[in-house]
Design a binder for this molecule. Sequence first.
Ligand code: UGA
Length: 438
Amino acid sequence: MKKICVVGTGYVGLVTAAGLADFGNSVIGVDIDKEKIRILQEGGIPIYEPGLLEVVERNVKAGRLTFTTDIDSAIQNSRVVFSAVGTPPGEGGEADLRAVWIVAATFAKNLNDYKVFINKSTVPVGTGKKTRELILKESGGSETFDVVSNPEFLREGSAVGDFLNPDRVVVGSRSKKAQTIMKDVYHALITRGVPYVETNIESAEIIKYASNAFLAVKITFINEIANLCDIVGGDVNEVAKAMGMDGRISPKFLHAGPGFGGSCFPKDTMALVEIFKENGIKSRVVEAAIEANELQKQGVVSKLKSVMPELKGKTVAILGLAFKPNTDDTRFSPTKVVIPLLEKEGAELQVYDPVAMQDFKRDFPHLNYKNNAYEAIDGADALILMTEWNEFRSLDLKRVRSLLKSPVFIDTRNIYDPRDMKEKGFIFVCTGRTRCAL
Ligand code: UGA
């Protein structure tokens, strides 16, 4: 059992801390945010993540998981220190690493014995090397540490399952001592046969960006195919299903929609483009995906205008503000692009999301927030479904039809069947399936 400190109790840090404790390790979660730590110490969790509260509660009860704001003593008492702090996009799209440097410097200051420093946050290639140099400098040349890159592959909304049952664990370090310690940390997964991939630091750092950028490109590709289907009359679901039967392609991440969002793909694709530039080359593929994704988000408004050309004075209901279901996170949500465009066209908005309204209010305090889907739809001239929450999958369509002033339904997530919706009397537009009802 290793004594572990996880710095940062955002969704990556908190899931990591709880998950590592669940593997039998003794874990202390640290944050400078006193309010977050107070909530955790009082038995709550400061974020919405399904299943996380149960894992936190279980491990706190078992005495394996505690929380503190005292980073110095947490590091001093740990062998292994995970840095899981935020790396938001800087002004030029590059990752802002200021929080990582602060954690590394604090680690150096508290290096009372051999310790492993692990970058869990998504950091550009070369950060591991720089972290090592910074710790060496700040600790006055102490060699009693190793730096490891251990990227995470958690999806918001299913982060707990992803952590406890990952496809692989990637650990980048050429230090045998550090690798032995990391194998001990992940012992519970290794004994279950989860692939444990040992690489050098640079490879591990690239694996993270390459994985996220590849998935972002994959989504963007199917979105383009959806746009073609909408013109020629294909059905993108049929296309994606048959494409996915090819084992080399796989059916995952082939759901067409309003464009990818969230705290990861937009930030990591931009950062990867910057990493290429800094190294004197160009990533044409990733740049193209970013550009196409912006157009995909804007295209939602064009879909509405294709059936309702004049939006001035019209009321539009928006169902779904989160960038995807099962999260309250609205960072880079496609809805944040769609709403200002609708407002520019002179539309009035009535919006609803099951959990993300609070988060959305920070950037859009002025919107007309409603208590449920039907309140948002009531009296609207059109409805746009932006997030595929389960509760939007089983709407009472008769009621929706009667509440809408005109039966315009834009389903950006392809939840509903175009033929069925046409039969029910809707003017229905979706993503890559619209014309298959004609
Ligand atoms: C993503 C990756 O999937 C995780 O592996 C990674 O660890 C994480 O980023 C991260 O770097 O921290 P996440 O952003 O939580 O996870 O969510 P995803 O489920 O990947 O969805 C991202 C966006 O793509 C969402 O806007 C979603 O609606 C969209 N998407 C996803 C599609 O439009 N179509 C799909 O088929 C899949």
